[in-house]
Design a protein around this ligand. Structure first.
Ligand SMILES: O=C(CO)[C@H](O)[C@H](O)COP(=O)(O)O
Length: 168
């Protein structure tokens, strides 16, 4: 996570990034100033700057942040991806927070075509819950880099997501 994401948009675009995902909590307004029904101008500005720089726009949410707070920006068509953190951001190897899977489910129900990414503690033992809830992009660190056969783990994670997506 970086503070004040707006100041990095141009640098990332110039460096060739095609996706810029920022933490909602890192944009200057306090979380308490954000609403699920009305877009906050500072967050809007970041989304618009990302798009104007030619990148896809993602919004990441810490575990305690209400997923409904992304709605004004998703509904405005400014967001390509929502990233649901299932650990506190900062470092790998933490325990998966199973109680955050409901946030994924709520987003998928409201947004059938949105890319919903999950990051934190995702492994073969936790992927089924994540995939069944509707996540279609996965970040996995220690489960892959700590595996004897990383390719096999990646394959298992992919397969769980593909199977869940194909299940009505
Ligand atoms: O730093 C992170 C989140 O801020 C890592 O991306 C995340 O925790 C993935 O690592 P792991 O799969 O080991 O949980």
């Amino acid at each position: 996570m970086v503070a004040h994401p707006a100041q990095w948009v141009q640098d990332f675009a110039k460096a060739g990034a095609d996706m810029f995902t920022f933490h909602l909590e890192a944009v200057p307004p306090e979380l308490s100033q954000l609403s699920a029904s009305e877009a906050h101008p500072e967050v809007l500005k970041v989304c618009q700057a990302v798009r104007a720089a030619g990148m896809h726009c993602g919004i990441a949410l810490k575990p305690a942040t209400d997923e409904a707070l992304v709605s004004p920006y998703v509904d405005a068509g400014l967001v390509d991806l929502v990233l649901v953190l299932t650990v506190e951001p900062g470092f790998g190897g933490q325990k998966f927070m199973a109680d955050k899977v409901g946030k994924v489910q709520a987003l998928r129900t409201r947004y059938p075509h949105l890319t919903i990414e999950v990051d934190g503690g995702v492994a073969p033992s936790t992927i089924m819950a994540v995939a069944a809830a509707g996540a279609n992009a996965i970040v996995a660190g220690s489960a892959i880099f700590g595996a004897d056969d990383p390719g096999k783990v990646i394959q298992a994670l992919r397969q769980a997501v593909d199977t869940a997506a194909a299940t009505p």
